[in-house]
Design a protein. Sequence first.
Length: 345
Amino acid sequence: MIRPTLQISRDQFRTNIAAVERRIAPSALMLVMKDDAYGHGLGWAVEEAADAGVTWFGGYDIRTALRIRRLLVGSQRVLAWATSTDEEIAEALLHDIDLGIGTSEYLRRVIAQAQSLGRRAHVHLKIDTGLRRNGVLPTEWDGFVAEARAAEGAGTLEVVGVWSHLAEASDPEDDEAQQVFLAAVDAVRRAGSSPELLHLTASAASWWRPELRGSLSRVGAFCYGIRSADGPELDGIRPIATLSVPVVHVDDGDAVIAIGSFDGLPSTLAGIEVGTPAGLRLLREVDATTSIVAGWPGMQPGDQVRVLGPGDQGEQSATTLAERIGTVGEEILTRLTPRVRRTIV
């Protein structure tokens, strides 16, 4: 069967991880693995990252965190921060998953499940620093912390971290968010808890704003070589994936390639240039299951066209394509369907 292939480089993945770790040191890396490792495939990525020495993994939701835990053989830690069902909470506690908690209601349900199981939950309390993405408002923070401390005193819970998300709208707004965050941390300490982990920054702020980093930095996209939309290139970071598509036949001087919108390639990408054996050529049209590329001398079925990659053949990166249609690079990769074969090299 002729299928498009997303070829993924283990070596580049490890190179990117090392570049991120050097950049953010002494803050530790939490490798974020949401959306099946940003569309690259979770299994190999967990094993490769663990072998490279990564000690913290971010699963977003408990289901993903459990998949990560089952692949690990060491003492690495895994955080899930999406609000979840009681059944999922119980599974997380049984498998030693840290939980990010951003509402009083969720805190109470985690405490209840920990009491029921006779387990001690490891939790990271989330303060809302302005993004309004699941976090306790500063006006409600003291009461929230008091509930957590009471459970900590009862041996049901341990507050191991305080965290938040930045809006990353502007430097002044992020500076203000940091002040809210630090005030929240102080409140936790005054209440008698000693959180070992403080994490405020994700990929972009972790890279560019060292003064905002805590003891832990949540970085996902950059480790896979996906830079921020409208952001500059990243020193030492390259895309780990190349999307190659075979020519299935030649039609009126153009090449018909085996990928279309049903495979997850946005039809709005028509008009970009893609890499061919003869250099860059125009992607004229994206249909349901095939696409049309401007032809070149000597083209024939089986020739490979590179739709995205690290740029070695002039093809564009996922983020460059995303910028063309007003989205982010990870969306280009995560929307690729299972018909796009993933190969790890």
